[in-house]
Design a binder for this molecule. Sequence first.
Ligand SMILES: Nc1ncnc2c1ncn2[C@@H]1O[C@H](COP(=O)(O)OP(=O)(O)O)[C@@H](O)[C@H]1O
Ligand SMILES: [Mg+2]
Length: 339
Amino acid sequence: MRIAVVFDTPNDGWEDEDFKREVEAEVEEPEYEVAEALMVLEHEVLLVGVHDDLQHMFNRLREFQPNLVFNCAEAFHERPRLDYIFPAFFEAEGYRYTGSPPFALTTTRNKAMSKKVLAYHGVRVPGFVTYHATEEVTQAPDLTFPLIVKPLQEDASVGIAMASVVQEVDALTERVHFIHENFSQPAIAEEYIEGRELYVSILGNGDNLQILPIIEMVFDKQRTKPEERIATKLAKWDTEYRERKGIKNVFARPISGRARAAIEETCQTAFRALWLRDYARLDLRLAPDGGVWVIEVNANPYLSFGHDTANAAEKAGMDYYALIRRIVDEAMKRYEHQT
Ligand SMILES: Nc1ncnc2c1ncn2[C@@H]1O[C@H](COP(=O)(O)OP(=O)(O)O)[C@@H](O)[C@H]1O
Ligand SMILES: [Mg+2]
């Protein structure tokens, strides 16, 4: 097939041959790894990087006439909340593409909206309140402290640090203000769910969903308080910090059969409720009482080799090439059923 890999890039003005040099040099970015896998799978691949010029993508895709677009775009103008623009554009132009539709991206990029949809479907989500950019905290919300305060529409733990967990209203006020000042977007304050931190990747569509082996972020230093065991920006991305604090992403330590069944049920319901497609990852917390809580739904999860989704697929017997092939197959199957 002719497959265009579309992604956001800081490299203004680069063309397919420039990006292919990066693929050749094995630069570690999901778009390059996906492109490499597609080439190994014998597809004809065009890399289309978008800096800020959508017209460029428009032209390249019109020339190439892909049978499928592999969507690796995670943001536009460095704003993850604008990633829906890409599938919206593919739909407008009539291209087949991998992954979730614009509706799923806009909904899941909003940590409040996605929780409202999930609550309707009986999925357990933390209680929350949002503060728009001009709204101050005027009184303690009707929620149980501690709360965790986050930007409403970021990802990759941007804006999340130990100071995000607040014990009383003054600290809440301060952190909400901090979010408004630094991220120019609303803040969400959620009830803090104590529990194990689990990441579950899902592949498939409709009734045929495969729940991949569960990944757990473990915090192996003894003396941390429960509310210090969170995936802050440092905990996710800073190798030295992770080593010092004993933070690792591993295949989940033992989980009871009941909790496992609840996790699977939660994943199935959330995937359908939010119109996810082909692949996704849920961030869950498993409370000491066995309760499964959805913290965040990632409709557009990080697909890089060696990261959670690829590792989980590998554990399920799919190497990176098989994972990328599976995503292509899932997308193509959807379109075949539509026509
Ligand atoms: N309500 C919550 N209760 C407990 N921990 C939370 C809660 N919300 C967020 N966290 C912690 O913060 C991390 C990042 O939050 P998340 O909403 O997934 O944002 P991001 O989009 O940046 O990944 C989570 O993985 C979890 O460790
Ligand atoms: Mg998350």
